[in-house]
Write a protein that binds this ligand. Sequence first.
Ligand SMILES: Cc1cc2nc3c(=O)[nH]c(=O)nc-3n(C[C@H](O)[C@H](O)[C@H](O)COP(=O)(O)O)c2cc1C
Length: 330
Amino acid sequence: MPKIGDIQLPEFPLLLAPMEDVSDPPFRALCKENGADVVYTEFISSEGLIRDAAKSVMKLDIYEKERPVGIQIFGAEMDSMLEAVDIVERSRPDIIDINFGCPVKKVVSKNAGAGILRDIPLMVKLTEAMVKRTNLPITVKTRLGWDSDSIKIVEVAERLQDVGIKAISIHGRTRVQMYKGDANWEPIAAVKNNPRMHIPVFGNGDVDTPEAAVKMRDDFGLDGAMIGRASIGNPWFFNQVKHYFKTGEHLPPPNMAKRVEAARRHLQMSIDWKGEKLGVFETRRHYTNYFKGIPHFKEYRMKMVTSDEAADVFATFDEVLEKFADYQFA
Ligand SMILES: Cc1cc2nc3c(=O)[nH]c(=O)nc-3n(C[C@H](O)[C@H](O)[C@H](O)COP(=O)(O)O)c2cc1C
């Protein structure tokens, strides 16, 4: 069974992917309660952290109930990344993850995120120094390569392992692909099949059904799946996959009572974490996902996303539960 450093994981663990503006403490807690084995924070700027930028620092908040939890940082400047490791360590995460996969222009233009895939020696040097800086396990999340002509992930993963990372998660796309096309898991399987690899190799990209997770496990032989988009508005996805692994059958989709309960807890946890004003504001983006596909729902969604008072949003949840109690989700 896979281990990240000393952290023992179950067979074929399911990891919640780092997702900006999504993987915050309330969402991570919901995913954890519903079967995620490891959760990651969204990416946090090393430059922001060393300047004590409030927005970056707030992203370091983690809760006991989420463990094991990884804090993900990005950057390409050696001094900033090392200082960021020291700062992150004080939040006592279980894992520090390095983002070598973010494809957005403003990140890659500074050689950070997937930008570093154009400079493998720097990637290895930075990783080695970060591993040496801390006793916490360092993991890496990356993509297959910069573009389809430069897929050297087998060699890259081995070099990162040799400088001491404890696990690698690989998104089966190149930087140039961004999110287009299908994720290609073949090169990830090639990493796993390299006889020199001994750390866990987690696959990422397009695990959006329990069947896809089975395929990643059985046909590609990977050590676990990192799941992103399929969990948005569906933190139950982790248990849906686990149930399928166990029984070969699908769990029924969560009913309205479960969805309302999740939205309610999400909002309450956000308020407890950030206060009413920010909590109400920042949870708004999640409601569409919890209540997707319900006909004639617009009026209620509008109320949820325009109310400034928590009490009004909670009252709308009650109304929704009453009105749509018997709605059958597909
Ligand atoms: C809204 C959103 C935000 C993301 N933010 C991050 C991030 O902060 N760090 C990171 O490594 N990847 C980030 N990603 C990429 C995901 O972690 C993941 O690699 C990608 O979505 C593919 O997996 P999936 O098909 O399961 O969603 C983000 C993806 C989405 C959709």
